[in-house]
Design a protein around this ligand. Structure first.
Ligand SMILES: NC(=O)c1ccc[n+]([C@@H]2O[C@H](COP(=O)([O-])OP(=O)(O)OC[C@H]3O[C@@H](n4cnc5c(N)ncnc54)[C@H](OP(=O)(O)O)[C@@H]3O)[C@@H](O)[C@H]2O)c1
Length: 305
């Protein structure tokens, strides 16, 4: 019986939904954050906020103590605190897994569709490394691999559109990518956290739409009553960025390299041939158009998740 859950990454886009969903089910939820101010939007008598950093094994151990399940929704691709996929997605998750083993807790690990040791994306390689550590441990676990979150990309395209209403795309923007709503993913993570029958499984979830970034950008623009196409940063400029400023600012180099890979790797996914949607047939299956409508109808940033 699961009653106490630690959500590392509980302040994030996915984590916020998972924390609120689990608390609404009556579970006691502890949120691990490096800065409690980032958890200000998470309130409720069943929610406890603890300060900690997954890069620090002792702090992972303290946060995990007493939990039945550890949900890891962290990533180090971007964000504050000089994070990286190596230090957060591989090493930080390793610390959480070891802490879970010591505490006798189970683990739900957020990973990514395409996680593989030879992926062109550093993040995907580090997610695979964490999956490997988890599989080699004695910890009962479920891995959830997701495609790209619609709401993140809608927000990025909206924020870069600015006054010109022309979103900025890194690269050609012609490669089809599967997008899934973070709400669909949160519903699955919430479900597997309490469903111990999913331990030992790796579940992949995607959305109904394979869209190019150009197509998604045009949808964003159309919602803002515009008709112009997006602007593009050429691939050559991205290569230069990775080789110059990217050496001094690793996060910029990472973004440039990821954009180059995203522009030409196979990023498609078929929701219909994937077992998760059959197994959990009640999960929402939000389209890009619906996610965009909800995003634009939301009053606040928190509601835009
Ligand atoms: N976004 C996508 O398109 C996508 C696609 C597939 C899979 N995923 C996976 O889904 C999960 C959630 O992604 P998201 O986009 O919702 O994340 P997000 O909103 O960017 O939030 C990232 C979270 O990671 C936490 N974090 C980062 N470094 C940390 C550290 N050193 N110690 C403790 N916490 C740390 C942050 O917590 P604080 O800042 O509060 O410390 C924050 O809560 C991640 O595992 C991600 O890899 C995301």
């Amino acid at each position: 019986m699961i009653s106490r859950v630690l959500v590392a990454g509980g302040t994030g886009r996915l984590g916020t939904l998972v924390v609120n969903g689990l608390a609404a089910r009556g579970l006691d939820v502890r949120v691990m954050t490096r800065d409690p101010k980032r958890a200000a939007h998470l309130a409720g008598e069943r929610i406890e906020v603890v300060t900690g950093d997954v890069r620090d094994p002792a702090s992972a151990m303290t946060a995990v103590a007493g939990a039945d399940v550890v949900v890891s929704a962290v990533h180090g691709f971007a964000g504050p605190g000089r994070v990286s996929p190596t230090t957060v997605d591989r090493d930080g998750n390793t610390h959480l897994i070891k802490a879970a083993q010591t505490a006798g807790a189970e683990v739900v690990l957020m990973s990514i569709v395409g996680a593989a040791p030879d992926s062109p994306f550093e993040l995907f390689r580090m997610k695979h490394a964490a999956e490997t550590v988890l599989a080699a441990s004695a910890v009962p676990s479920t891995v959830v691999r997701s495609t790209a979150f619609l709401e993140l990309w809608i927000e990025l395209l909206t924020s870069t559109a600015g006054r010109s209403n022309r979103p900025l795309i890194f690269g050609r923007g012609q490669n089809p990518i599967n997008f899934v709503s973070v709400r669909d993913v949160a519903a699955l993570v919430e479900r597997v956290t309490i469903d111990q029958a999913t331990r030992g499984q790796t579940l992949e979830i995607g959305g109904p739409d394979n869209l190019t970034l150009d197509e998604l950008a045009r949808m964003v623009v159309a919602h803002r009553s515009g008709s112009d196409g997006p602007r593009h940063i050429p691939r050559a400029a991205l290569r230069t960025m990775a080789a110059t400023v990217g050496r001094l600012r690793p996060e910029l180099g990472r973004q440039a390299r990821a954009a180059l890979a995203m522009d030409q790797s196979d990023m498609t996914f078929s929701a219909s041939v994937n077992g998760v949607r059959d197994l959990f047939f009640y999960l929402p299956c939000t389209s890009a158009a619906e996610a965009l409508r909800k995003f634009n109808a939301a009053d606040s940033h928190a509601d835009r998740i």
